[in-house]
Ligand binder design. Structure first.
Ligand SMILES: C[S@@+](CC[C@H](N)C(=O)[O-])C[C@H]1O[C@@H](n2cnc3c(N)ncnc32)[C@H](O)[C@@H]1O
Length: 431
């Protein structure tokens, strides 16, 4: 009969240290022949955690990523440019960090130094715009859009990340209540601090389940900290303006348009409708107007990248200056007065007509009239508009002689930050 091995504390500690931090778990020991089971450790040290503590292998740091100042030095290397998805602190790292550190520690040791680094970094290399999609990325997007059906919903995000990546003008626009675009708000230390605090896990969110090194753990909401995720924080906190969903545009073009048609988009915005058009039909012409100069120059490049120059005509003027005829379909999403600010040029409707009453008559009424005048008989005009401005736009359309064909409400997604449901309307008029 062999005598059971007497495991002294020294032997057990030695075993723990030799297992390798990535494998170290109770389950591993219990399934491994030749090693004492986890209960042996628990009996000897009082608990599994205490065993790990005595061995200097804090449970939270099982992944071996100890918080070393060396790692922090690496993070703050201003000589190096980082890719958009380079993870400065992973969720797992942050989880491990909080096993023996407080929120206060995280603020002082990680967040504040990281903010300092970010400001210096942006000062040196420019704002953290996303990586611009290349021609191949956009061609691939087009293929996916071609294959997808249009969707009468604001829930399809196909194409949005490419749009965000291509149009810096998007990052320079903002909802009016936020006062400035993300590219400027970033420099408001209190805003950046608040966004980072949440993303680093210094928050009181509900508990989320994570799987780190094969172990299920619960913790506050955490994020990998990268440039991409910092921009995402601006988005989910509603600091960015809206983008028209390409698949919603495709649905509308398909339902109300036809292959070979000539369509006018009076306020072309961030290419959502343009993408919907080119992925819907092989022939026809999309005429777009928009006074935003940066957006216009980006849009010219965008059209080159997707190789659709022969089907697209763009004008960098306010819609009020367009003189068109023989149009089959007008389809646009105009500014909703001052809900979103796209740039500070005088040609923006909200700057040309500063009061709402003047904007209604000078801009929205003109949109209805211009649309009516350019359309062939029986041509349709489709406007996606918010509930506040919808009835005035309909009135202006009726005054011109339009008939209402369809009025479709689309519910915007609730997010975990806004509990409010908002509606927009697709107003379909016929001449
Ligand atoms: C961005 S769209 C509305 C947002 C929508 N989600 C989208 O992406 O289509 C509104 C556009 O109207 C443009 N705009 C502002 N004033 C205008 C005017 N007088 N004529 C035509 N377009 C105008 C803005 O530059 C902006 O690009």
């Amino acid at each position: 009969m062999t005598r059971p091995i007497e495991y002294t504390e020294e032997i057990l500690i030695d075993i723990l240290k030799n297992i390798g931090k990535d494998k170290l778990s109770k389950r591993y020991l219990d399934n491994c022949n030749g090693l004492p089971g986890s209960m042996t450790f628990i009996r000897k040290f009082g608990s599994w955690k205490k065993a790990l503590d005595v061995a200097g292998l804090n449970q939270g740091l099982r992944t071996g990523r100890k918080i070393k100042s060396k790692q922090i030095d690496v993070i703050f290397n201003l000589e190096q440019q980082y890719t958009d998805d380079y993870v400065f602190f992973s969720k797992e790292y942050l989880y491990a960090y909080f096993q023996n550190k407080t929120h206060e520690d995280c603020i002082n040791e990680l967040i504040i130094p990281f903010m300092d680094f970010l400001y210096k970094y942006v000062n040196k290399y420019g704002w953290i715009f996303p990586k611009t999609p290349n021609e191949e990325d956009l061609q691939n997007l087009l293929k996916r859009l071609n294959k997808s059906d249009g969707l009468l919903s604001s829930s399809s995000f196909l194409g949005l990340s490419e749009i965000r990546g291509f149009f810096n003008s998007y990052w320079n626009s903002f909802p009016k209540n936020q006062k400035m675009p993300p590219t400027e708000l970033f420099f408001d230390q209190s805003v950046l601090f608040r966004l980072l605090k949440y993303r680093f896990g210094v928050n009181s969110s509900k508990k989320y389940t994570y799987y780190f090194s094969g172990r299920e753990v619960e913790f506050n909401e955490l994020f990998d900290i990268s440039f991409k995720q910092i921009r995402k924080a601006f988005e989910v906190n509603h600091y960015t303006s809206s983008i028209f969903k390409p698949l919603l545009a495709k649905y509308i073009y398909k339902k109300y348009g036809f292959d070979g048609m000539i369509t006018w988009d009076p306020c072309f915005g961030f290419a959502g409708r343009l993408l919907g058009f080119v992925s819907c039909f092989e022939n026809g012409t999309y005429i777009g107007s928009d006074p935003n100069t940066l957006l216009y120059s980006e849009m010219l490049d965008f059209v080159k990248y997707i190789e659709c120059e022969n089907r697209i005509k763009l004008y960098n003027v306010p819609m009020e200056q367009m003189e068109l005829e023989n149009i089959d379909l007008v389809f646009t999403c105009p500014p909703y007065f001052d809900l979103e600010i796209y740039c500070n040029e005088d040609t923006q409707s909200v700057i040309s007509y500063k009061e709402r009453s003047k904007w209604l008559n000078g801009f929205l009424k003109t949109l209805a009239i211009k649309s009516y005048n350019c359309l062939n008989s029986n041509g349709k005009a489709i406007f996606v508009i918010d509930s506040k401005n919808s009835s005035m736009l309909q009135k202006f359309c009726f005054d011109c002689g339009f008939k209402l064909v369809d009025l479709i409400g689309i519910k915007n997604n609730k997010t975990h930050l806004t509990k409010k449901e908002t509606y927009e309307f697709i107003v379909v008029m016929e001449k």
